[in-house]
Design a protein around this ligand. Structure first.
Ligand code: SAM
Length: 249
């Protein structure tokens, strides 16, 4: 199994000093080492991305739950909503988000991988209200203008622990006080769910950072979790979680 300990790339001279604040993780937006070492086959190699970027791949990976999971996100969007999605997803999800947001809203999509950025650009780059931005989600900021809705659709299980923490905190920081953050991701399956046994093998072989979401609540990554309401729903025998986060009054 791949080594799951990753650190942000820092100049040699800084490596002996105290660790940088977590928000500065990957401040130069370089490709994090976990992307090339663990996910090259999925998101970095442009030819493989060309081959994988299809709805049928998403449907297969999510055991047919793709539309159900996407609906939980899409139904939170009204025409005119300002949305930040932290990472690209294969297939037509980003086109659907852009359509629902419409010309009166804005849709900002970030991703760290050039091949994924190129695909996203092809899908939504022509829409004046959509922007595709190469940026690490752990410290992206939209010139201080917060969003109504911020969504992570299956990013957290693919990043190391320190990135999970930084991404969760940054998402919470980039939303307006009455806005919403939504996480759609894996969760610990119920003992009786047979898919859980398949996922144990998949996680062991391909997804070294996913198991943490079986063991920890997403809220546990937030610095000020008690300032928010965390509404968690699980579907498909606990395999997936949809967590909606709003600020307490
Ligand atoms: C959303 S996740 C998993 C999605 C799912 N497997 C699918 O169907 O596409 C995959 C994306 O996250 C991106 N990514 C990984 N680490 C990132 C980071 N720190 N910031 C922004 N994007 C990141 C990858 O480049 C990739 O495009």
């Amino acid at each position: 199994m791949a080594d799951t300990t990753y650190e942000a790339t820092e100049p040699q001279s800084q490596q002996c000093e105290a660790l940088p604040p977590i928000r500065n993780l990957n401040a130069n937006n370089e490709l994090p080492s976990y992307m090339s070492e663990v996910y090259d086959w999925a998101y970095v190699d442009p030819q493989k991305v060309d081959w994988l970027d299809r709805n049928i791949v998403v449907k297969t990976l999510l055991f047919g739950n793709d539309q159900r999971l996407m609906r939980r996100y899409l139904e939170r969007i009204r025409p005119g909503t300002r949305v930040w999605q932290v990472a690209h997803v294969y297939g037509d999800l980003v086109s659907k988000v852009a359509q629902r947001v419409g010309a009166k809203g804005s849709f900002h999509l970030t991703d760290i991988t050039p091949a994924q950025i190129a695909h996203a650009q092809r899908k939504i780059g022509h829409l004046p209200w959509a922007r595709v931005i190469r940026h690490d989600a752990s410290h992206f900021q939209n010139d201080g203008k917060p969003y109504d809705l911020v969504c992570s659709f299956f990013l957290l299980h693919e990043v190391p622990e320190e990135w999970k923490q930084a991404v969760v905190n940054n998402m919470l920081a980039q939303v307006v006080p009455d806005g919403e953050v939504i996480f759609v991701d894996y969760h610990k399956p119920a003992w009786w769910q047979p898919i859980g046994y398949i996922l144990r093998v998949v996680n062991h072989l391909l997804e070294p950072f996913a198991k943490a979401l079986w063991e920890r609540e997403i809220s546990s990554y937030a610095d000020n979790a008690d300032q928010y309401n965390w509404d968690k729903r699980c579907i498909f025998g606990g395999v997936y979680q949809i967590v909606r986060v709003t600020r307490k009054a």
